[in-house]
Write a new protein. Structure first.
Length: 129
């Protein structure tokens, strides 16, 4: 016999759950989602990063191309558009770093520049989407 009883196992699981809840409570409540479904649009930017010009800003008409994945925002690297999408949690992804969400479009553009390693950004063909 193993020496652990069902009662001890359930007690240990309960203690672990209580500790997890206490840690979550200490971190504070999660930020509330906007009630109207709209999130604030990030500030525009225009800078040179690692020798590449990155630009970003709200798009006219809110929605952009491809069904509005960019949430009304556009990012360009050396004048070429970087296809971006905003996740439900407010983070941003692009075709360059799809599995590395970034907090802001500026951070997304910088991460794409690093990933490109000097290569040109090739625009996506409509048939490829």
């Amino acid at each position: 016999m193993s020496g652990i009883t069902r009662r001890r196992a359930i007690g240990a699981a309960g203690a672990t759950l209580a500790a997890a809840v206490a840690v979550g409570a200490a971190q504070g409540p999660a930020p509330a989602a906007p009630r109207d479904g709209h999130r604030p649009v990030p500030d525009a930017f225009d800078e040179v990063y690692l020798g590449r010009r990155i630009q970003g800003g709200p798009t006219p008409g809110h929605g952009g191309h491809h069904g509005g994945h960019g949430d009304g925002y556009s990012v360009r690297i050396d004048g070429d558009e970087l296809h971006i999408m905003r996740n439900a949690d407010g983070t941003w992804i692009s075709v360059i770093n799809h599995y590395e969400p970034q907090a802001t479009p500026r951070a997304l553009a910088r991460a794409a520049v690093v990933e490109l390693q000097g290569a040109s950004l090739v625009p996506l063909a409509p048939s490829a989407l």
